[in-house]
Design a protein around this ligand. Sequence first.
Ligand code: TYM
Length: 331
Amino acid sequence: MDKVLSGIRPTGFLHLGNYFGALRNFIKMQEENDCYFFIADYHSLTTHPKPADLRTNVKNVLIDYLAAGLDPEKATLYIQSDLPEVCELSLLLSMNVYVGELQRVSSFKEKVRRQPNNVNAGLLSYPILMAADILVHRADKVPVGKDQEQHLEMTRDFAQRFNNFYGVEYFKLPVAYNFGQALVKIPGLDGSTKMSKSDNENSCIYLSDAPEVIKKKVMKAVTDSGPTEPGQPKPQAIENLFQLMRAVSAEDTVKFFEEEYNKCSIRYGDMKKQLAADITAFNAPIYERILELRGNDEYLRKVIERGAEKAHASAAPTVRDVREIIGIKKL
Ligand code: TYM
């Protein structure tokens, strides 16, 4: 049985990008694998959330996980900070990671551009902590979206380097995973190529958005005056709408609007109405469960306590072995 691990940062509510990039795979994979899905609260500290917001965000991600279909009887659900083994492994791995390679990571360079006044050391060492998350469970597969590909390559590098340095075959080399298909990137509604909370609230559809909110956001999505010649390539914002439609709508619906586009008779207002309706229909069962779970703190606490125990049972032997391999032994 494969070991599977993945996590999501608690920066608010989960959006359709998180769902189609990651969570959808979590739900499928929990059926036949030994799965560990966590809430990456340590990682979210790089952007300095207020303490009260952090707590709420963690709870909201847990609710979204459960509402989307993660089953605590099948998968281990835990909060990253409930597993301090990860910090020790991260420290131990960091001794064989070079500052230069961390400075070249695209997500680091992007953060430097976005938050020039907060280029903290946590941002630089982010890929080491992420490698520790994965390696502490010695995971085989890591379901993630396209934007995490480079982090997974680094995890493999660090694992291989550890094995070479100590002359062991201890760590497996985990792979980024999307059910045998290419990793995905869901676009935003604002014309950006990646749905992301940090860009623009209106570019994101959250799993917890009410139907009227979904409609409002989709109707505001960026479009243009439409194609003027048959076969004209789609501008990014229009391609984005089609991509979202491919994720949530029936094949016939997508085909209909593709044909309308190619005939230059497309009406974006109609397309958006259809897209809003299809997102709402897709999301309805998740949204209902989110509302149900919101008042259920005792259940949430139980899930997370049990998850922490199971995660600890999986992680503790790794840290013990790594200490031993490195030469940290009792005198
Ligand atoms: P995060 O919190 O930014 O995103 C969580 C997951 O959602 C995917 N994702 C997307 N996929 C497709 N299209 C999008 N627009 C989109 N936006 C987000 C991400 O690829 C990711 O799979 N570093 C990670 C969290 C993390 C982690 C780990 C993941 C920490 N440790 C260990 C896996 C294993 C992150 O910031 O993801």
